[in-house]
Design a protein around this ligand. Sequence first.
Ligand code: URA
Length: 226
Amino acid sequence: MTAGPDADLRAQLAARLRLLQGFTDFLPGPPLPSPPAEALEAISADLDGCTRCRLSEKRKTIVFGVGRPDADLMFIGEGPGRDEDRQGEPFVGRAGRLLNEMIEKCFQRRRADVYITNIVKCRPPGNRNPEADEVATCLPFLKRQIASVRPRVICLLGSVAVKALFPGVRGIGAARGAVWEFAGIPVVPTFHPAYLLRAEGERLQQLKREVLDDARTALEILGRPQ
Ligand code: URA
């Protein structure tokens, strides 16, 4: 081997190559899944300015979701109402205040520790139920949210949410009391807080007891070792 600057350079390059070879195990390979927060940001960006269905015509804001990106418990409602449409956050009106109470008193969590979203992300005019094609258009985004957060339990709020994830099930009356499964995740259906707001007297007390039972079911699953 010749001595001098060229030989030094060659020796340095050879040393670098040996160093790189040690790292090839860490290079390419299959892409790692994004952390939940980044994955949610990407989904939200894909929804930006969405005009995929007619709900976009009257909405003010796309109401994506709120809470911990890695929450163990996820609540899914129906769709934004007037307050949510204005503020861009799910469950901030009267039903939202009752949901917060349910989360704290029955599910023993704080709102900030769970993830909350809806079946459709834009307000159906006059708070009507979302129509089948609107649900079908928005559902892929919800499925991506679920896959990103990977909660240990999903709590479905009311009939619209139940029918969207389990077509063929008649509604919340038929669904609650059992644990379902969606994408491998246990699903506990319970009453929508807006339904409780319309009830009175003994019926209201009975609904509250049933929500507490559903929350106990969810907590029992959450308490199981992972
Ligand atoms: N009702 C829902 O289903 N979702 C909201 O975000 C508010 C009210």
